[in-house]
Design a protein around this ligand. Structure first.
Ligand SMILES: Nc1ncnc2c1ncn2[C@@H]1O[C@H](COP(=O)(O)OP(=O)(O)OP(=O)(O)O)[C@@H](O)[C@H]1O
Ligand SMILES: [Mg+2]
Length: 487
């Protein structure tokens, strides 16, 4: 039986592979794997909260690390046509090695503890210092970054991100910036950086000024850094956010007081997604911008120009900025017809259109995956306890009920998991209030009452939705007799 092997959801193992955390959409998984391997596009169709964004993020986490840094460099012959420089990871590392080492090298014990923690040396649970690549603290056995990791609540993969992106990308930090009041009473910036071999490099204000002067001499700007998370969420982006822009300069790039054109170039989401995933939820709402996406998908290059005709940026153009991304679009069934046919044809021609499931059959195996879902939600939330067997049974009962009420399926479990996760969180909050070690059946039952959809609440109070609507525009009833009724 699905509950035989565990006492609570704490005993449920959560997969480390982001794809395995997607529940109940097995038919999608193979297509996602092909999309990763063959760089195919995806269109995900289905109602809210069934894992569309989650699938796109999982896909991005499985891609190999970006290999190119994109820079814009000043073009002295024609400053308003800055040039592109694309540097491969290998070249970039060589370039870094050839730069003279600056700053002072010290040990992680000598820096403030929060700096040692953010750089990945210090355990956030017990304070022990160990090597950065040791994720598990050798003294207390906890994940060294656990406190910081689980606070990354905006993704169901908060913990995985470290493992997938290794050092130097997101966690631990490559450098930490702080400030200190100098002897002259002024605030000074201090930067702590990894220097390899268990050392930290400290750069003070004057060293930083020198570094800045060197890069100014080079006259270039890093447009797309190599250490980036290759997932760009472009839902609702404006034209400039999607395609990039060139900022206005009131001094018109004047050599002394103005800002040179190359420094004012801003990448768009399509460029930031280069070598990664460009995700657009509610795709039809992008309206005419879909045309640009399809051009970018086809050409894999898109020039950046100043998009405001009244701005000094309008005369600047950087040609052919790379934007080779995997496109993942999402929408509901009702909106499919609003997707531009040529864009759909680009997806179908080089990818997959997938209708997500809203329920899965109620069998032992699927109950087990639902257990995994409960455990995942508890871990992502990090503020609620795990669920006891009694609570799990209540949750499964509710899942069956929702599969029937929302999708008309008998003997099924719901996959409308965002809302369902809400129930687990509510029950968890109740358990916390009760100071209970686990979520118990009673917490789930009470939360079900609290989590009633607003339509049910209206029906209960007014008798019907229609009467509820009428109550919005209530007109005062005048009584003939003075003060009757309410005094
Ligand atoms: N198939 C799933 N497997 C595991 N968890 C899921 C699944 N679907 C939804 N969830 C949970 O619900 C949350 C919301 O899901 P997600 O943002 O991917 O939904 P969505 O389909 O993109 O919704 P929307 O259409 O509103 O953007 C996820 O972060 C996750 O916690
Ligand atoms: Mg979404």
């Amino acid at each position: 039986m699905y509950l035989d092997e565990i006492e609570t959801t704490r005993d449920v193992e959560i997969p480390t592979d982001p794809i395995d955390r997607i529940i109940g959409q097995d038919h999608v998984i193979n297509k996602v794997k092909s999309a990763i391997k063959q760089r195919r596009n995806l269109l995900l169709v289905g109602p809210p909260g069934i894992g569309k964004s989650m699938i796109a993020q999982a896909l991005a986490l499985k891609l190999s690390r970006p290999n190119e840094e994109i820079r814009v460099v000043c073009n002295p012959q024609n400053p308003e046509r800055p040039e592109l420089e694309i540097i491969k990871r290998g070249e970039l590392e060589k370039e870094k090695e050839s730069q003279p080492v600056r700053g002072i090298l010290i040990s992680p014990k000598e820096v403030p503890s929060f700096v040692a923690e953010q750089l990945g040396f210090r355990c956030s649970s017990c304070g022990e210092i160990s090597e950065v690549n040791e994720t598990i603290c050798p003294k207390c056995g906890n994940n060294k970054y656990s406190r910081v990791l689980w606070s990354r609540r905006n993704t169901p993969f908060g913990d995985i991100i470290t493992e997938v992106f290794e050092l130097g990308t997101r966690r631990p930090e490559r450098e930490v910036k702080t400030t200190r009041i100098g002897s002259d009473g002024r605030e000074k910036i201090i930067v702590y950086q990894h220097a390899g071999e268990g050392k930290i490099r400290v750069l003070d204000q004057s060293t930083l000024d020198n570094i800045r002067k060197v890069s100014e001499k080079k006259q270039m700007k890093i447009l797309i850094p190599i250490d980036r998370i290759p997932f760009v969420h472009a839902t609702g982006a404006s034209e400039t956010e999607l395609l990039g822009d060139v900022r206005h300069d009131p001094y018109g790039s004047h050599p002394e007081i103005g800002t040179p054109a190359y420094e004012r170039v801003i990448p768009g989401a399509i460029h930031e997604a280069h070598e990664g995933v460009l995700f657009v939820d509610e795709l039809p709402h992008m309206e005419y911008l879909q045309n640009f996406i399809l051009t970018a998908m086809q050409e894999k290059k898109f020039s950046i120009i100043g998009r405001n005709p009244h701005s000094a940026g309008a005369s600047v153009k950087v040609n052919n900025v790379p934007c080779d991304f995997i496109f993942v679009g999402a929408c509901n069934i009702a909106d499919i017809e609003k997707i531009l046919p040529p864009l759909r044809s680009r997806i179908v021609g080089n990818g997959y259109e997938i209708l997500l499931e809203t329920t899965m059959p109620d069998n032992e195996e699927n109950r087990k995956t639902l257990l995994q879902f409960i455990a995942q939600e508890v871990e992502i939330d990090s503020r609620i306890p795990h669920a006891s067997k009694g609570a799990i049974e209540e949750i499964i009962k509710e899942s069956r009920k929702r599969a029937f009420e929302l999708d008309g399926k008998r003997n099924a479990l719901t996959l409308r998991l965002r809302d369902f996760g809400g129930l687990i969180r509510l029950a968890g909050d109740r358990a916390v209030l009760d100071e209970s070690e686990f979520i118990e059946a009673i917490h789930v039952r009470k939360s079900l009452d609290e989590a009633k959809p607003i339509e049910h609440q209206i029906q209960e109070r007014y008798g019907s939705i229609w009467k509820g609507v009428k109550s919005d525009s209530a007109v005062p009833i005048r009584s003939e007799k003075k003060d009757e009724g309410y005094v």
